[in-house]
Ligand binder design. Structure first.
Ligand code: AMP
Length: 191
């Protein structure tokens, strides 16, 4: 089984690259952001709760996020592996994920961070916001708040995974294809 964690600030290209990796390695893609947006569309209680955080660019509380993630993994027992996209985003989530996976005789194979400068990312997100309709992509203050959340809560996960010997980073600047090639070279070298 291959279980990959895709890391990166908002706009780093996690979703785009996950879509490719999913078919290349036949993995099941779980994006917690997409799951929340699905709940928002369905106007579920979880969707209403998540929206109140997402619209401001804040992280959704850990426990509801962890519960949703675990439910999705549990519902897909027969897959070859998972791409976790946008999860974990806090140390509590990373610890919960490790405990949950090891309880099922699974584990994280590797964590890959897509690295890019904030200014490049802001431009990408503002452009995406013109077509995505995402409230959190349309306002630079909200985008900067998402970066703050990343720096404060998600960046510490780098040392969490370095300590486990599972942290890798890839230059996220370039064409989609160039970045895909960098990712594939890295992942093939790990398998
Ligand atoms: P994304 O689509 O990954 O950019 O996520 C969009 C928003 O969903 C984030 O800004 C958070 O508000 C929320 N979100 C997604 N994944 C998580 C997570 N693992 N923990 C907390 N909030 C999350």
């Amino acid at each position: 089984m291959i279980n990959l964690v895709l890391f990166g600030k908002p706009g780093a290209g996690k979703g785009t690259q996950a879509a490719f990796l999913k078919s290349q390695y036949q993995l099941f893609h779980i994006s917690t952001g997409d799951l929340f947006r699905h709940h928002i569309q369905g106007a579920t209680e979880l969707g209403k709760l998540a929206k109140s955080f997402m619209d401001k660019g804040d992280l959704v509380p850990d426990q509801v996020t962890i519960d949703m993630l675990e439910e999705t993994v549990t519902k897909n027992p027969d897959v070859k592996g998972f791409i976790f996209d946008g999860f974990p985003r806090t140390t509590a989530q990373a610890e919960a994920l490790d405990a949950f996976l090891s309880g099922r005789s699974m584990g994280i194979t590797a964590t890959v961070a897509l690295e890019a400068d904030d200014d490049v990312l802001v431009d990408r997100l503002i452009n995406r916001g013109k077509t995505s309709g995402r409230v959190d992509d349309q306002d630079e203050t909200k985008i900067r708040n998402r970066f703050e959340e990343y720096n404060n809560k998600t960046a510490p996960l780098k040392s969490f995974y370095i300590d486990q010997g599972k942290f890798h980073s890839v230059n996220g600047i370039g064409s989609v294809e160039e970045i895909t090639n960098r990712l594939t070279a890295l992942i093939d070298g790990l398998l």
